[in-house]
Design a protein around this ligand. Structure first.
Ligand code: 4F9
Length: 250
């Protein structure tokens, strides 16, 4: 997969792609990431990329000319039809489903803004989807672009070890993950749950699903409402809630 990032800080992108799983994926040629800096597409001596907003107010807006020139240069390197994505807090939520969709594509353009963001006309003429990684404001779109790159790259066949790629992932079920433990069996007075120490696979799976459902219900009721619960999960939630009720009155 070929990803291009339009950014005023290419070094942020390149630095983040060196270590770990992502760095290895780039080294092995499974993912190719290029950057295009709008500052290289300025014409004035000061290499100006921003200007004051029409209508007044604080903050600066990215000038359309260098941004569109940078976008066009990056798009020219990508396979035809690669989606052009702008990272902004005004975008639609980035989800595991969207990561999966992107991971099947040969190419992807990510545009990272700074300041108050892009001139709306650039969004209209050059952007296919405006995407947000969460309800907070960043100082620029670079970290958001990196979040997208990470979530997408690890879904590309070969990027993760075969053992991990086959594993059912947390959000595939629409639930949060269950708790994990490793040795020692007791740490700072806290024991690994007994069920995980016995080798009874069915009991372990049942315990894990119950934990996942309980956590999701407690921490992310929006996920329970949206997806409904997977097969067998509703009963486990009832069981969990009944035990909880028992603890309160016991
Ligand atoms: C981008 C916030 C994506 C959330 C870009 C300031 C952003 C963002 N998701 N905030 N520039």
């Amino acid at each position: 997969m070929h990803i291009e990032v339009v950014t005023l800080f290419p070094e942020m992108i390149h630095a983040a792609l060196k270590p770990g799983v992502l760095g290895r994926a780039v080294e092995r040629g499974l993912v190719r990431v290029g950057c295009e800096d709008p500052r290289g597409h300025t014409q004035d001596v000061h290499r100006t990329v921003d200007d004051r907003p029409y209508g007044g107010g604080p903050g600066m807006v990215l000038k359309p000319e260098p941004m569109t020139a940078a976008i066009d240069a990056a798009v020219a390197r990508l396979p035809a039809g690669s989606p052009r994505v702008y990272l902004s807090a005004q975008g639609v939520p980035f989800t595991q489903a969207l990561a999966k969709e992107f991971s099947t594509l040969p190419g992807l353009l990510l545009v990272a803004g700074r300041y108050e963001g892009l001139d709306e006309r650039v969004i209209e003429s050059r952007i296919d989807r405006e995407v947000s990684i969460g309800d907070y404001v960043l100082s620029g779109g670079e970290f958001a672009a990196l979040v997208v790159i990470d979530a997408v790259a690890r879904l590309i066949p070969g990027v993760l070890g075969d053992d991990r790629s086959a594993v059912e992932e947390s959000f595939d079920s629409g639930l949060l993950d269950w708790p994990h433990y490793t040795r020692p069996v007791e740490f700072e007075g806290r024991k690994v749950p007994d069920v995980l120490q016995g080798g009874h696979h069915a009991d372990i799976q049942r315990w894990r699903l119950k934990q996942a459902v309980a956590r999701t219900w407690l921490r992310r009721p929006d996920l329970v409402a949206k997806g409904g619960l997977p097969a067998g999960a509703a009963e486990l939630l009832e069981e969990f809630l009944a035990e909880r009720e028992g603890e309160e009155h016991g």
